[in-house]
Ligand binder design. Structure first.
Ligand SMILES: C[S@@+](CC[C@H](N)C(=O)[O-])C[C@H]1O[C@@H](n2cnc3c(N)ncnc32)[C@H](O)[C@@H]1O
Length: 236
Protein backbone atom coordinates (compact mmCIF):
# COMPACT_ATOMS: atom_id res chain seq x y z
CA UNK A 1 0.00 0.00 0.00
CA UNK A 2 2.98 2.31 -0.49
CA UNK A 3 2.10 5.48 -2.40
CA UNK A 4 4.46 6.56 -5.22
CA UNK A 5 7.97 7.50 -4.10
CA UNK A 6 9.59 10.91 -4.03
CA UNK A 7 13.06 11.65 -2.71
CA UNK A 8 14.40 14.21 -0.28
CA UNK A 9 15.98 16.02 -3.22
CA UNK A 10 12.50 16.65 -4.57
CA UNK A 11 11.66 19.00 -1.68
CA UNK A 12 9.49 21.50 -3.47
CA UNK A 13 8.25 25.01 -2.65
CA UNK A 14 4.95 24.82 -0.80
CA UNK A 15 1.96 24.84 -3.15
CA UNK A 16 -0.11 28.00 -3.37
CA UNK A 17 -3.36 26.46 -2.02
CA UNK A 18 -1.48 25.30 1.08
CA UNK A 19 0.02 28.77 1.62
CA UNK A 20 -3.44 30.34 1.22
CA UNK A 21 -4.87 27.79 3.66
CA UNK A 22 -2.26 28.65 6.32
CA UNK A 23 -2.70 32.39 5.74
CA UNK A 24 -6.46 32.09 6.24
CA UNK A 25 -6.04 30.32 9.60
CA UNK A 26 -3.35 32.83 10.63
CA UNK A 27 -5.96 35.52 9.92
CA UNK A 28 -8.51 33.79 12.19
CA UNK A 29 -5.88 33.64 14.93
CA UNK A 30 -5.78 37.47 15.05
CA UNK A 31 -8.95 37.07 17.12
CA UNK A 32 -8.61 36.44 20.87
CA UNK A 33 -8.64 32.69 21.73
CA UNK A 34 -12.36 32.33 22.51
CA UNK A 35 -13.68 34.02 19.35
CA UNK A 36 -11.02 32.13 17.40
CA UNK A 37 -12.40 28.87 18.81
CA UNK A 38 -15.96 29.94 17.95
CA UNK A 39 -14.97 30.60 14.33
CA UNK A 40 -13.05 27.31 14.09
CA UNK A 41 -16.00 25.42 15.53
CA UNK A 42 -18.38 26.83 12.93
CA UNK A 43 -15.86 26.27 10.16
CA UNK A 44 -15.15 22.64 11.06
CA UNK A 45 -18.85 21.86 11.55
CA UNK A 46 -19.43 23.27 8.08
CA UNK A 47 -16.43 21.33 6.73
CA UNK A 48 -17.89 18.12 8.19
CA UNK A 49 -21.25 18.76 6.45
CA UNK A 50 -20.43 15.62 4.49
CA UNK A 51 -18.82 12.59 6.06
CA UNK A 52 -15.07 11.99 5.97
CA UNK A 53 -14.23 15.32 4.29
CA UNK A 54 -10.49 14.56 4.02
CA UNK A 55 -11.01 10.96 2.88
CA UNK A 56 -9.21 9.76 6.00
CA UNK A 57 -11.16 6.49 6.13
CA UNK A 58 -10.54 5.62 2.50
CA UNK A 59 -7.23 7.17 1.45
CA UNK A 60 -4.16 4.89 1.16
CA UNK A 61 -1.79 7.71 2.15
CA UNK A 62 -3.75 8.39 5.36
CA UNK A 63 -3.80 4.68 6.23
CA UNK A 64 -0.09 4.42 5.56
CA UNK A 65 0.58 7.46 7.79
CA UNK A 66 -1.60 6.12 10.61
CA UNK A 67 0.26 2.79 10.62
CA UNK A 68 3.65 4.54 10.42
CA UNK A 69 2.61 6.60 13.46
CA UNK A 70 1.62 3.56 15.50
CA UNK A 71 4.85 1.77 14.58
CA UNK A 72 6.93 4.56 16.14
CA UNK A 73 5.14 4.38 19.51
CA UNK A 74 7.04 2.21 22.01
CA UNK A 75 4.93 -0.89 22.68
CA UNK A 76 4.00 -0.92 26.33
CA UNK A 77 0.70 -0.83 28.18
CA UNK A 78 -0.94 2.61 28.19
CA UNK A 79 -3.83 3.34 30.52
CA UNK A 80 -5.23 6.62 29.22
CA UNK A 81 -4.79 7.68 25.62
CA UNK A 82 -5.91 10.91 23.97
CA UNK A 83 -6.30 11.73 20.28
CA UNK A 84 -6.49 15.52 19.80
CA UNK A 85 -8.17 16.71 16.61
CA UNK A 86 -9.65 13.26 16.09
CA UNK A 87 -12.25 14.30 13.48
CA UNK A 88 -14.54 11.27 12.91
CA UNK A 89 -12.28 8.99 14.93
CA UNK A 90 -10.66 6.88 12.20
CA UNK A 91 -7.22 6.96 13.83
CA UNK A 92 -8.78 6.90 17.32
CA UNK A 93 -10.36 3.54 16.50
CA UNK A 94 -7.06 2.21 15.23
CA UNK A 95 -5.41 3.25 18.49
CA UNK A 96 -8.19 1.61 20.51
CA UNK A 97 -7.69 -1.63 18.56
CA UNK A 98 -3.92 -1.50 19.16
CA UNK A 99 -4.37 -0.86 22.89
CA UNK A 100 -7.60 -2.67 23.83
CA UNK A 101 -7.03 -2.29 27.59
CA UNK A 102 -6.62 1.49 27.49
CA UNK A 103 -9.24 4.19 28.03
CA UNK A 104 -9.19 6.04 24.73
CA UNK A 105 -10.57 9.57 24.33
CA UNK A 106 -10.87 11.65 21.19
CA UNK A 107 -11.18 15.45 21.30
CA UNK A 108 -12.32 17.63 18.45
CA UNK A 109 -13.76 21.09 18.01
CA UNK A 110 -16.50 19.86 15.64
CA UNK A 111 -19.61 18.33 17.18
CA UNK A 112 -20.70 17.07 13.77
CA UNK A 113 -17.45 15.10 13.40
CA UNK A 114 -17.83 13.69 16.90
CA UNK A 115 -21.42 12.57 16.32
CA UNK A 116 -20.08 10.31 13.56
CA UNK A 117 -17.13 9.23 15.68
CA UNK A 118 -19.49 8.18 18.50
CA UNK A 119 -21.76 6.25 16.13
CA UNK A 120 -18.77 4.33 14.76
CA UNK A 121 -17.28 3.58 18.20
CA UNK A 122 -19.87 3.90 20.99
CA UNK A 123 -17.49 2.50 23.61
CA UNK A 124 -14.88 5.21 23.14
CA UNK A 125 -15.14 8.65 24.72
CA UNK A 126 -15.40 11.68 22.44
CA UNK A 127 -15.29 15.20 23.85
CA UNK A 128 -16.05 18.41 22.01
CA UNK A 129 -13.45 21.01 22.88
CA UNK A 130 -10.99 23.47 21.48
CA UNK A 131 -7.47 22.27 22.24
CA UNK A 132 -6.69 25.63 23.87
CA UNK A 133 -9.62 25.11 26.26
CA UNK A 134 -8.96 21.46 27.06
CA UNK A 135 -7.12 21.31 30.35
CA UNK A 136 -6.59 17.93 31.99
CA UNK A 137 -3.11 18.28 33.51
CA UNK A 138 -1.23 15.00 33.73
CA UNK A 139 -4.27 12.98 32.70
CA UNK A 140 -2.82 10.92 29.82
CA UNK A 141 0.12 8.63 29.33
CA UNK A 142 -0.12 8.75 25.53
CA UNK A 143 -1.32 11.75 23.50
CA UNK A 144 -1.57 11.97 19.71
CA UNK A 145 -1.95 15.19 17.76
CA UNK A 146 -1.91 14.69 13.99
CA UNK A 147 -2.61 17.11 11.14
CA UNK A 148 -3.97 19.78 13.43
CA UNK A 149 -1.42 22.30 14.66
CA UNK A 150 -1.43 24.28 11.40
CA UNK A 151 -4.97 25.40 12.18
CA UNK A 152 -3.79 27.30 15.25
CA UNK A 153 -2.38 30.12 13.16
CA UNK A 154 0.06 32.62 14.53
CA UNK A 155 2.99 31.90 16.75
CA UNK A 156 1.52 32.68 20.17
CA UNK A 157 -1.41 30.31 19.59
CA UNK A 158 0.92 27.56 18.44
CA UNK A 159 3.02 28.09 21.56
CA UNK A 160 -0.10 27.95 23.72
CA UNK A 161 -1.35 24.79 22.02
CA UNK A 162 2.07 23.15 22.41
CA UNK A 163 2.05 23.96 26.11
CA UNK A 164 -1.45 22.50 26.46
CA UNK A 165 -0.35 19.27 24.81
CA UNK A 166 2.68 18.90 27.09
CA UNK A 167 0.59 19.66 30.15
CA UNK A 168 -1.82 16.83 29.34
CA UNK A 169 0.99 14.31 29.87
CA UNK A 170 1.50 12.29 33.02
CA UNK A 171 5.15 11.90 34.13
CA UNK A 172 6.90 9.73 31.49
CA UNK A 173 3.85 10.10 29.25
CA UNK A 174 4.39 10.28 25.48
CA UNK A 175 3.27 12.96 23.06
CA UNK A 176 3.17 11.98 19.38
CA UNK A 177 3.01 14.78 16.81
CA UNK A 178 2.37 14.05 13.13
CA UNK A 179 2.53 16.81 10.51
CA UNK A 180 3.65 17.40 6.95
CA UNK A 181 7.39 17.75 6.55
CA UNK A 182 9.22 20.20 6.44
CA UNK A 183 6.47 22.37 7.98
CA UNK A 184 6.64 19.97 10.94
CA UNK A 185 9.96 21.59 11.93
CA UNK A 186 8.06 24.80 12.68
CA UNK A 187 4.91 23.21 14.02
CA UNK A 188 6.78 21.00 16.50
CA UNK A 189 9.40 23.47 17.60
CA UNK A 190 7.69 24.75 20.76
CA UNK A 191 7.26 21.23 22.04
CA UNK A 192 10.83 20.39 21.03
CA UNK A 193 12.06 23.41 23.02
CA UNK A 194 10.04 22.59 26.11
CA UNK A 195 12.28 21.56 28.99
CA UNK A 196 9.48 19.36 30.36
CA UNK A 197 9.93 16.85 27.53
CA UNK A 198 12.67 14.98 25.69
CA UNK A 199 12.36 13.88 22.09
CA UNK A 200 12.74 10.11 22.06
CA UNK A 201 12.08 9.34 18.39
CA UNK A 202 11.46 11.01 15.07
CA UNK A 203 10.73 9.54 11.70
CA UNK A 204 10.52 11.61 8.53
CA UNK A 205 8.97 9.76 5.63
CA UNK A 206 10.22 11.15 2.33
CA UNK A 207 8.93 8.26 0.27
CA UNK A 208 5.41 9.60 -0.19
CA UNK A 209 3.97 12.39 -2.33
CA UNK A 210 3.36 14.45 0.83
CA UNK A 211 6.28 13.78 3.19
CA UNK A 212 5.43 13.76 6.89
CA UNK A 213 7.21 13.67 10.24
CA UNK A 214 6.21 11.63 13.27
CA UNK A 215 7.90 12.89 16.44
CA UNK A 216 7.63 11.29 19.88
CA UNK A 217 8.32 13.28 23.07
CA UNK A 218 8.47 11.92 26.61
CA UNK A 219 7.53 13.99 29.63
CA UNK A 220 10.17 14.13 32.32
CA UNK A 221 9.33 13.04 35.84
CA UNK A 222 10.43 16.43 37.21
CA UNK A 223 9.82 18.84 34.39
CA UNK A 224 11.65 22.13 34.14
CA UNK A 225 10.10 25.23 32.66
CA UNK A 226 10.51 25.59 28.91
CA UNK A 227 9.21 27.88 26.20
CA UNK A 228 5.89 26.12 25.94
CA UNK A 229 5.20 26.19 29.68
CA UNK A 230 6.07 29.89 29.73
CA UNK A 231 3.64 30.45 26.85
CA UNK A 232 0.89 28.75 28.82
CA UNK A 233 1.50 30.99 31.83
CA UNK A 234 1.56 34.09 29.62
CA UNK A 235 -1.61 32.98 27.83
CA UNK A 236 -3.71 32.65 30.96
C1 LIG B 1 -7.28 17.14 9.22
S1 LIG B 1 -8.23 16.60 10.58
C2 LIG B 1 -7.09 15.43 11.33
C3 LIG B 1 -7.75 14.13 11.74
C4 LIG B 1 -6.83 13.11 12.42
N1 LIG B 1 -6.05 13.70 13.47
C5 LIG B 1 -5.94 12.42 11.42
O1 LIG B 1 -4.78 12.84 11.26
O2 LIG B 1 -6.39 11.46 10.79
C6 LIG B 1 -8.09 17.96 11.71
C7 LIG B 1 -9.13 17.98 12.81
O3 LIG B 1 -8.73 18.93 13.80
C8 LIG B 1 -9.90 19.54 14.34
N2 LIG B 1 -9.48 20.82 14.94
C9 LIG B 1 -9.02 21.92 14.29
N3 LIG B 1 -8.71 22.88 15.17
C10 LIG B 1 -8.97 22.38 16.40
C11 LIG B 1 -8.84 22.90 17.72
N4 LIG B 1 -8.38 24.15 17.95
N5 LIG B 1 -9.19 22.12 18.76
C12 LIG B 1 -9.66 20.85 18.56
N6 LIG B 1 -9.81 20.31 17.32
C13 LIG B 1 -9.47 21.06 16.25
C14 LIG B 1 -10.84 19.67 13.15
O4 LIG B 1 -12.18 19.77 13.52
C15 LIG B 1 -10.53 18.39 12.37
O5 LIG B 1 -11.45 17.39 12.67
Amino acid sequence: MRPPATTRAERRPRPLPELAHRAAFAGVSLLPPRPQAAVLRRYFDWWHRRSDPWGIASDAYERYKHHATLRLVPRRPYRRILDVGCSEGVFTRLVAAAYPDADVTGVDISERALARARRAAPRLTFVRSDLLGYDRPGAFDLVFCAEMLYYLGREDRLALASARLVRLLAPHGLLVLVHPWPESDDLHRHVAADAAVDRVAEHVDHTVHRPFAVAVYRRRANPGTGDAAAALTAGR
